[in-house]
Design a protein around this ligand. Structure first.
Ligand code: TYC
Length: 97
């Protein structure tokens, strides 16, 4: 049997924490590949994807989406797997919102 204190009950009723997922710039990944990643993994329109990719290219990183921990972790993993499969060094990171 699980005994919970009142504060634990309150904790569980709160919204789960959210995590921002970013892509990082590098000198080798092609712009087209980053746009494809943004469309396929982050469900951006082509226009949104181009704008985010250009922001990353100019500023070093760009926000791709905000998710719960497990989804954010999965997105980061999907980016790294797809990049590795195409031999690009593209990196994704996550930060608590
Ligand atoms: N800087 C890369 C180039 O000039 C393009 C690029 C954009 C790479 C965004 C990674 O997350 C990235 N080919």
């Amino acid at each position: 049997m699980e005994i919970k204190t009142e504060s634990q009950e309150i904790t569980e009723l709160k919204e789960p924490k959210k995590y921002k997922v970013f892509l990082l710039n590098d000198d080798y990944t092609t712009m087209d590949f980053v746009v494809d990643v943004l469309c396929e993994i982050f469900h951006k329109t082509y226009e949104e994807a181009v704008n985010i990719m250009l922001k990353i290219h100019k500023e070093g990183k760009g926000l791709c989406g905000v998710y719960t921990y497990e989804i954010a972790e999965t997105k980061v993993d999907q980016v790294h797997r797809l990049a590795r499969a195409h031999e690009f060094p593209l990196k994704a990171t996550m930060e608590e919102e």
